[in-house]
Design a protein around this ligand. Sequence first.
Ligand code: ADP
Ligand code: ZN
Length: 750
Amino acid sequence: MLYAQVVLPLAQPMYTFSLDEGLAVGVGDAVVVQFGSSRFYTGIVWSITDQKPQYLRLKPILKKLYNSRLVSAKAQCLWEWIAEYYMSTLGEVMRMALPSLAKPSATSFVELDERSIEPPMEQFVALCDELCTEEALAEYALKHSRRAPKRVELLDTIADAALRYGCEDSFVPRRLLNISSDQLLSLSKKALIRVEQRPVVLRPSGEVFLTPTLSPAQSVALDAIRGAHNADKVALLHGVTGSGKTEIYIHLIADVLSRGESVLMLVPEIVITSQLVERLERIFEGRVTTYHSRLTPTRRGKTYLRLSSASGGELIVGVRSSIFLPLSRLGLVVVDEEHDANYKQSDLSPRYNARDMAVVMGKMYGAKVVLGSATPSLESYFNAMTGKYAYVELKERWGEGVLPEVVISDTIRSVKRGERKTHFNFDLLRAIERALNGGDQAILFQNRRGYAPYIQCRTCGYSPRCPHCNVTLTQHKATQRMECHYCGYNIPTPSVCPNCDIQDMALMGFGTEKAVEEISRLFPNARVERLDSDTSTSETAFKRIVSSFENREADILVGTQIVTKGFDFGGVATVGILNADNLLSAPDFRASERAFQLMMQVAGRAGRRNNRGRVIIQTSQPKHPIVQYVASGDYHGMALAELAERKNFGYPPYSHLVRLQLRSQDYELLRRASHYVADLMRQKFGGRVMGPVSSALELLRGEHRSEILLKIELGASMQRARELLSEVVKLAAQNVEYKGVKVVVDVDAW
Ligand code: ADP
Ligand code: ZN
C-alpha cells in the first residue's frame, strides 16, 4: 500500500490518503477524495510514500482525473514558494491556480473531455493548382499585369515566400505574408489561392517570424536587454509612452518561440489589451493564447489542460493568475506595465504579486525576464539603480512622435479671475476647442465614476453614508440613486435631508457622469463617450466604446483610470486631468508615486501619431512637486525624491511591508483584539510595529477593520519575520477571548 499527501482546495494543511497501486497515480496528478462524511474534493497529489502514517483510518483515493500531470515539479516549487512567502496555504494557492478544474467541493465530477481540446491552428496560403508551376504563373502575370498589377504582385509574393521559406507542399504560413485579410479574401474569391487552417507545429529547425524593423534607439535597447539576459539578469525596460516597447518585446518573443520555448507575457488587465493581442496575433498567429477571468471556466480549464500536455512554443498573454499555467520550456517572461497595482492580489489569499513572481519564476525555471513600463515602480527602479536588474532606457517616441506639452492650470486662480465654467478651467476648454476644431479628439480623466461623489445638506452638513462600509454614497444620475462603491448598497436619492428634514441637499464634487453632462453642454456639437466600470459592464460594451473612439465616431472620451492604460489612439490632441488634487491627497504612502504614474500614463495618450499633443492638469496645488515632475516629464527627479522620502520613513523599497488586518462585526472586540495583537507583535518586533489603526475602510460590508503594519528593513531575515508573525497569529487564534476576530496577513502589502 502507498500513501499520498494530497493538497485540497482549503485553507488547511495537506491530508494523507491511502493509494491503491492499481490506480497508477503519480505526484502532481489530480485525484478525487472523500473528505468528511459526504463531501468530495479534487486534490493534487503532492508526494507519495510507502511509510504508513500514524493515523488509524485512512480514506482511499477514489479516482484519478485527467491523463496529464496537472502540476509539474517546477510548479510545485512555485506553489510552495508562494505559500510560504505570502503566509498562505498550498490549498489556497491551488484555488488560484486551478480554478475550474478543481472546484472547492462537489458531489459529482464532471471532467473536461481532454479529447475535445482543439490544438491551436494557423492559416496557410498556397497558389491554386493552375498557378503552381513557374510557367503558369509567368503566363498569368503576362496576361494580367496591365489590368491588375497589384494582384500579380500579391501572387508573386506568395510564390516567393513558398520558395524562400522552403514550405512543404507550397503552403505558406499566412503570418509570413505581408498581405491584408481583404486582399487574401479577394484572391481566394477569384479561386487564385487556397487558404487552409492547419495545426501549429513545432519545427525542430526553428521557426521564422516576420518581426518589425526597429529604429536605431529600439535596436540599442534590444541589444542591451539581450546582454542583460546573457548575464542572467532581469531587464527593466523604461520606455516613454509610444516608444515602441511592444516592438522590442516582439523581437525577444520571436527569439524564444523560434527555439520552441514558451513565453509568458503578463498584462495588468485583459480588456485593454485587444490592440496588443491583435498585433501579436498578426506575427505569431495560433501560438497566442489569452488567459483571464472573463473567459468561461470551461475555456480556462481547457487552456490549462491543453498546456499541460503541450511541448512548448506557446505565447500566453494573460493576467496575474497566468503565472500558474503549466508552461513547459518557459524561456521568457515579459511583464508589461510592471508598475500596475493589478499585479498584486490584495483581496484573496495568497496575496501574491505576479510581477515579483515573474522574477522568482525566472530563477526557478531558468527563464529570462523583462519588466517594462513608461513609469517603473519605485521597487523596480531601486533594483535597477542598485545593480540587481539591468536598466534599459528608451527616451524618445518611435518615428515622428514627440512627447506632449504639459500645462498646469491653477484652479483657484482660474476661479478668482472668472476663468472657470463649472468644473473646467478656460485653459482646458480652449485646448479642447482647439482639438475639436482641428478635427482631433480629447480625453478627459477623472478618478471617480458616477455623478457626484457625495451629497450634502447645506443646512446641517449631513451626507448619506453606507451603513455597511462607512463611506459616502455616490450619486448616480441615470438611476437617481445613491450607491456605495464598495458593496453596492444603494438608496433612492433623498430630496429632503434625512437628518434635518429641510429640502437643501446639494451635490458635491463630480464624477465622470457629471463631467460628461457638463462637457456636452459646453460643446453641444461634440460626440462624447464615457468609459468607466458603469458603462463597460460587459466586454462588448467596453469594446464598442473603445472602437467608437478609435474610429473617430466620438470626439471626447471621459473616463476613470481605465483611460490611462495602454491605449494607442491616433487622434488625441488634448488630454485633460480634471482634478489632480484627489490623486495627490490619497492617504497612502504610494499616493505620490501613483499620482505621477496615472498622470504620466494618461498624458501619454496625447499626440501619439503626428502632431504634438497637449495635456492640461487642473489642480489647486500647481507648485506640488509631483505636478511639477509630471509637467517636466522628469521620472528620475520624481523617483529620486520619492526614494529619499521612503528611505526616511523606512517604507518599501527600503523595507518589506507586512499588513495585518483584523476584522470583526463587534467593534469593541476588534479594538481589544487589535491592541492584544499589536502588543504581542511589539514584544517580538519592537519599533518595527505601527498601529493598530482603523483601516482606510473602517467598516466594509458590515465588518469593522483595523490594521497593524510591520516594516521589515532590508537585510533583515524575512523568513524569521514570518516565523515570528505566524506565532503571533497562532496565539491570537487560540485565545478564546478573541474568538470571531479574523486575522488576515498581507506580505508586501500595497
Ligand atoms: P509603448 O508600448 O512603448 O507605449 P507601443 O509599443 O504601443 O509603445 O508603440 C507606439 C506606436 O508606435 C505603435 O502604434 C507602434 O505600432 C508604433 N511603432 C513603434 N515602434 C515601431 C517600429 N519599429 N515599427 C513600426 N511601428 C512601430
Ligand atoms: Zn457599502
